[in-house]
Design a protein around this ligand. Structure first.
Ligand code: NAG
Ligand code: NAG
Length: 436
């Protein structure tokens, strides 16, 4: 009996080490030797700055950023804004990481104009009295020729997590008008969403066992799920019907902590971050059914948080290189800082299916290591992907900018934007040197 038990335990442990060993070794037990700051576009001191709300200090703890494009009749971008979802009260209310002490101070949306380089708070019009606002992931469709856009965002109020629908009018970009609240027993731990039409989206759930569970269950089980790499979370496709009810379909299950999600511009690929396993999953999407088929997995050198496609369908992934430092920040340990790391994932140039060229490239990258420009190369931590090129865009030990969650690149100008879950302000790095 004992031997049987020991064998089962040893087998489970072996599977665990096989699946999670690398992630544990590098993201839990090793403090990565990251620089104070590094930006791939040039010296960070000359190219980057942190934009803050100098008046009320309300632009902080921002989880997500998305571009809101204004298109002309020919679908060319005539103006581009960055939308930010921020929650200054995150240290007292965080349903993903804890604590859940005080849901009262509400979060905010901000809008940044890439044209005038100015920040403005966004007012929520018609928002229901007494309904908490703790925004997380969001997505907005471009506005074409002055037409309004739909904005959906994940909200974590005190009762249960919801998805909020807003409409944005390009004539009044600093107002988001509330449309409705979506609620469902399937919204267990909604985190991030990617729109597939003005009334439908993919939605990740980051945990099956959440901090909303009563007592000790809520304080222990979410960590067991995350650290254990348990493959219990999923991606759903949600369609909102005209009467506000929803159709909900699970399209990918068995992901260990499904976090950020993004749809490629051609609508054929969906990228999903698995935080526990430090991987990004790429699915092929059938646009007629919204069904997904796993295409490939790419390992990243950190615990990935949000994923966003740039204009050329290169995926920008931001995340947390050292989990214990991140937890120390979440737990408000005095002086705690957590590092940042952002990479791009670009599909390798098509090898026209010949194993030879792929094998050749692989041995080449094994010889030289990839990501050779970064102070701490991703190749030290993550094995090279055969299918994709991974390259560092930004690194910081947390002193310049920490707790990176979402990175965006404006491919027209090369400008890079980054938010930090527990940082004050928005990091902006320009391709050209900024004038000081
Ligand atoms: C708009 O885009 C089209 C192609 O989509 C291009 O031919 C045209 O030059 C663009 N117009 C402007 C004003 O950039
Ligand atoms: C979530 O809470 C709201 C407000 O209390 C309630 O109206 C809604 O039915 C709840 N949804 C679920 C799925 O429990």
């Amino acid at each position: 009996m004992f031997y049987k038990f020991a064998t089962v335990l040893a087998t489970l442990l072996a599977i665990y080490v096989y699946r999670s060993g690398r992630a544990l070794l590098y993201h839990v037990f090793t403090v990565p030797a990251l620089p104070k700051g590094y930006f791939a576009g040039g010296d960070y001191k000359d190219h980057c700055l942190v934009l803050k709300d100098e008046i009320d200090n309300q632009l902080n703890h921002c989880e997500h950023i998305v571009f809101w494009d204004h298109l002309d009749e020919e679908d060319n971008v005539s103006d581009r804004f960055v939308f930010l979802s921020c929650d200054p009260g995150r240290r007292a209310w965080n349903t993903v990481m804890g604590p859940m002490d005080d849901p009262d101070p509400l979060g905010h949306l901000w809008i940044y104009s890439t044209e005038t380089r100015s920040l403005s708070p966004v007012t929520l019009a018609n928002y229901p009295e007494g309904h908490d606002f703790h925004p997380l992931g969001m997505d907005v469709l471009p506005s074409k020729a002055g037409a309004p856009s739909t904005l959906f965002l994940v909200n974590h109020p005190r009762e249960n997590s919801t998805v909020e629908q807003f409409v944005l009018d390009p004539a009044q970009p600093t107002v988001a008008t509330y449309v409705r609240t979506l609620t469902s027993p399937y919204f267990v731990a909604p985190n991030s969403l990617a729109l597939t039409s003005p009334t439908s989206f993919y939605l990740t759930n980051d945990h099956l066992m959440t901090r909303r569970l009563p007592g000790l269950f809520g304080s222990i089980l979410p960590s067991v799920e995350a650290i254990g790499g348990l493959p219990l979370t999923w991606v759903a496709h949600v369609t909102v019907l005209p009467d506000g009810t929803i159709q909900h379909k699970v399209v990918a299950f068995g992901i260990a902590i499904a976090n950020g999600v993004a749809l490629s511009h051609d609508g054929l690929y969906l990228a999903v971050a698995s935080s526990s396993l430090a991987k990004v999953y790429f699915y092929r999407r059938d646009p007629s059914t919204n069904d997904l088929t796993l295409d490939r997995k790419v390992t990243v050198p950190f615990v990935p948080d949000n994923v966003m496609y740039d204009d050329e369908d290169v995926l920008i992934v931001a995340g947390h290189p050292h989990y214990p430092s991140f937890i120390a920040v979440v737990e408000n340990k005095p002086g705690a800082k957590a590092p940042s790391w952002v990479v791009s994932i670009r599909p390798s140039v098509a090898t026209s299916g010949t194993g030879e060229s792929e094998g050749h490239r692989n041995s080449y990258s094994k010889m030289t290591g990839y990501d050779s420009r970064a102070p701490l190369s991703a190749s030290v931590i993550a094995p090279a992907a055969l299918t994709d090129e991974v390259e560092t865009i930004f690194q910081s030990d947390g002193s310049v900018y920490g707790t990176s969650t979402t990175g965006l690149i404006d491919s027209r100008t090369g400008t890079f934007y980054l938010t930090g879950l527990y940082e004050d302000g928005l990091l902006v790095c320009y391709a050209e040197q900024r004038n000081v």
